[in-house]
Design a protein around this ligand. Sequence first.
Ligand code: ZN
Length: 253
Amino acid sequence: MSHYVIRLDDACPTMNHANWNRMECLLDKYSIRPIVGVIPENQDPDFAWKNDKSFWERVHFWQEKGWSIAVHGLHHRMHEHEPGKGYYQKSHGKHTEFAGVPYEEQLAMLKEGTQILKAHGITPESFFAPAHTYDANTIKALKLISDIKYVSDGYALQAYRKDGMIFIPSICDGPFVMPFGLYTYVFHPSVMTEAAFVRLEKFLQANSFKVTDVDRAMERIRRNQGISGHLIENSIYAARGFRLMRKTRRKKK
Ligand SMILES: [Zn+2]
C-alpha cells in the first residue's frame, strides 16, 4: 500500500495569506499534519503579499497542531550554480542558496536560520533547501544542528538513512495515486491556482486515509537509498534532462 506526506513550501510573513488559509482549512478538514517549510528571514521578492505581524504566532499554532516545522533555507535568496556540479541530489537546477557555499558559511547559515525560528518559540525538526539544491557540506553541517531529525528530500520509496541523516523522500510534486511506496507531495500555497486546490481536494476526498505524518513515515527507515532509489534518481534526472533539451531546441527554432 502507498502512503503520502503533504508538504507546504515557503511560509513567511509576506506569503499569500488567503491561499494559505484555504490550504490550512482543507488540511484540517481531513486531519492532515503536513511538513511546513518556514523561511527564517525571507529576502525573496517573489513573496511580497501583505506583511502579517502575527505570522510567528501562526507558526506556533501549527506546531501545537502537530505540523512538522522545517527550516527552509535562510533567506530564500539564490545564486547561480552550474547544473549537475556537486549537488547532493542530481538536479538540472541553476539556482541554489546552499550548494557551492563553503562549509563554514553553510553551518553559520543553518545555525542562524534555526536560531531565528527558536527566538520565535519554534523548534524546527527538519530542513529542506530552496530549489532542492544543496551539497554534501549542507548535510555535514546539518548533522551539527541538534534539533534537525530529517531532511525532506531524496529519491526512494521509503524513508532512508544516508551519511548519518534521515531522508523522507520527495520524488514529485503530485498528488498522484501510487500503487506502493512513500511519497511527499509538495505544494506552494502562495501561488496555487483554483484548479490546483480543486485537484487536491478531490485527491483528499478519495485518498486522505493514506495520508500520513512524518512520525509514521519514519517508523520504518531503510539503511540506505537502495537500488530502487538510485534507479528513480537517475531515471528522473534523465527524463528532466530530456525535457529541458526539447524545450531549449523549441526556443531556438
Ligand atoms: Zn522555497
